[in-house]
Design a protein around this ligand. Structure first.
Ligand code: NAD
Length: 497
């Protein structure tokens, strides 16, 4: 019988009583790895009840003890690094190196969460009025929840619950139903790290399970990462139910190439950033904007992309793996066809790529379009595949205008040798994460992941100080202690006296 992924409720890994299960497949072979349950109402209620009960003791646990759980957790994640990466590769198809990167970027957040005491420090001012002091504390919210996408099954769950839990909350995670084995392994190691019963729950499923979280009257905050339509739905529904919501959504990231940039570096960086992870990164470069004479580099870009090839997770020569599902492949191929139909020049077409030994994989070869214009669907829609669009402009100002007109604002980068041009770009560009000669500028966890515009709905972003703000309330106390010299009569004004 096919293995079934357990739910993680009240400190136990339990088999769901659900009647609805979905197969989880290896995208390189279509082998069914396991089945994922769609948690029942009573299982979700049990998860909430356990998280609520655990909150009452967890929030009273000294902050340094909470930090120590994170220290042990990061050590365990490192110890099991390769084993987790192998699980991750099996269900996402990512190359082993890329799977390790997915986990590593999550471990960095756990390391950061271990620094929670200093991040939760409040502020103090003595003598705000005569012999009156004001000081503030940050306190956890209660039960928080997170809903995560398929494309980073280690990193994105680790963006969320380590920060929330270190801050004193308890957390219900609803991972992607397409790759639930990695987050399950992450939860097992969290227990091994000493996380008390109930602080983390993992429920599986889809919309119905997400709706339970969004409508629950006592779940205080929702963290979401995924596509634009779902991200908008989460933000609208969560806030309509009076919750805090941070909702990270889709993207279309541009790389601006100036003619004075180091050409070979540009070419290498474009190839890795556009087709790496089969283009299934929210920070992937999907549009390269060639400015002025950089237009002439088209053919070298084509040669570099042509050398990239998809392959199995353990093929050391593979540049990237398959896309997540046959449906994803079909969607990508349809968008490629639309690009052709709308008049873009297809320089490389990856639709018929073959990977020896893996006839059933969801392979898409590197695909390159030139002559792309902003009206085309390949420019407007997030393709989420190994497809790069080349757009040509005459000046940096035109490039900036193009990007600022995009509804997305997750990431962008610019390659140049000119500090003045880079300064102009970083200052004027309406995108939340900017790389200067860096193709995928994902900030390390002591900063925050700061997507803008249609790529993010909310105000406090993931990890860093902003995550601490998102997962806590500030309580500000104004205090006076009377002594024999205190002179105070009735005060009928609002002033402190
Ligand atoms: P998705 O939106 O299909 O799914 C994300 C999560 O939402 C999953 O857990 C899924 O079960 C749930 N979900 C799906 N449909 C739902 C519905 N109708 N109602 C409620 N919940 C629903 O996204 P995906 O395909 O798993 O991930 C890829 C997307 O995620 C891309 O658009 C990518 O750009 C985006 N992404 C964004 C960031 C970021 O930081 N901005 C990071 C990674 C991925």
């Amino acid at each position: 019988m096919t293995k079934r992924v357990p739910l993680f409720i009240d400190g136990e890994f339990v088999q769901s009583q659900s009647e609805k299960f979905l197969p989880v497949t290896n995208p390189a072979t279509q082998e069914v790895l396991c089945e994922v349950p769609f948690a029942t109402q009573s299982e979700m209620e049990a998860a909430y009840a356990s998280a609520k009960a655990a909150f009452l003791t967890w929030k009273e646990t000294p902050i340094s003890e909470r930090a120590r759980v994170m220290m042990r957790y990061q050590a365990l994640l490192k110890e099991h690094h390769d084993e987790i990466a192998e699980i991750l590769s099996s269900e996402t198809g990512k190359t082993f190196e890329d799977a390790k990167g997915d986990l590593w970027r999550g471990i960095e957040v756990v390391e950061h969460a271990a620094n929670i005491p200093s991040m939760m420090m409040g502020e103090t001012v003595e003598n705000v009025a005569r012999e009156i002091d004001t000081y503030s504390y940050t306190q956890p919210l209660g039960v928080c929840a997170g809903i995560t996408p398929f494309n980073f099954p280690a990193m994105i769950p680790l963006w969320m619950y380590p920060m929330a839990i270190a801050a004193g909350n308890t957390f219900i995670l609803k991972p992607s139903e397409q790759d639930p084995l990695t987050p399950t392994r992450l939860a097992e190691l969290f227990v091994e790290a000493g996380a008390p019963k109930g602080v983390l729950q993992v429920i599986h499923g889809g919309k119905e399970q997400v709706d339970f979280l969004l409508h629950h009257p006592d779940i205080k905050a929702i963290s979401f990462v995924g596509s634009v339509p779902v991200g908008q739905y989460i933000y609208k529904t969560g806030t309509a139910n009076m919750k805090r919501v941070q909702s990270f959504a889709g993207a279309k990231n541009h790389m601006v190439v100036m003619p004075d940039a180091a050409k070979q570096q540009v070419i290498n960086n474009i190839a890795g950033a556009s087709v790496g992870a089969a283009g299934q990164r929210c920070m992937a470069i999907s549009v390269a904007v060639l400015v002025g004479e950089a237009r002439e580099w088209k053919h070298e870009i084509k040669e570099a992309l042509q050398k990239a090839r998809p392959g199995a997770w353990n093929d050391p020569g593979a540049s990237y793996g398959p896309v997540i599902s046959p449906q994803a492949k079909e969607r990508i191929c349809n968008l490629i066809q639309q690009g052709v139909d709308e008049g873009a020049e297809i320089l490389l077409d990856g639709r018929d790529v073959v990977v020896d030994g893996y006839p059933d994989g969801n392979w898409v070869g590197p695909t390159l379009f030139a002559g792309v214009t902003p009206e085309m669907s390949i420019y407007k829609d997030e393709i989420f595949g190994p497809v790069l669009c080349l757009v040509e402009v005459d000046t940096l100002d035109e490039a900036i205008e193009l990007i600022n007109n995009s509804p997305y604002g997750n990431g962008t980068s610019m390659f140049t040798a000119s500090g003045a041009a880079a300064r102009k770009f970083q200052h004027n560009i309406e995108v939340g994460q900017v790389g200067i000669n860096i193709p995928i500028p994902v900030p390390l966890p002591f900063f925050s992941f700061t997507g803008w515009k249609g790529s993010f709905y909310g105000d406090q972003h993931a990890y860093g100080k902003q995550a601490v703000r998102f997962y806590t309330e500030t309580k500000t106390i104004t205090a006076r202690w009377f002594n024999e010299d205190t002179k105070s009569g009735p005060n009928f004004s609002i002033n402190l006296k």
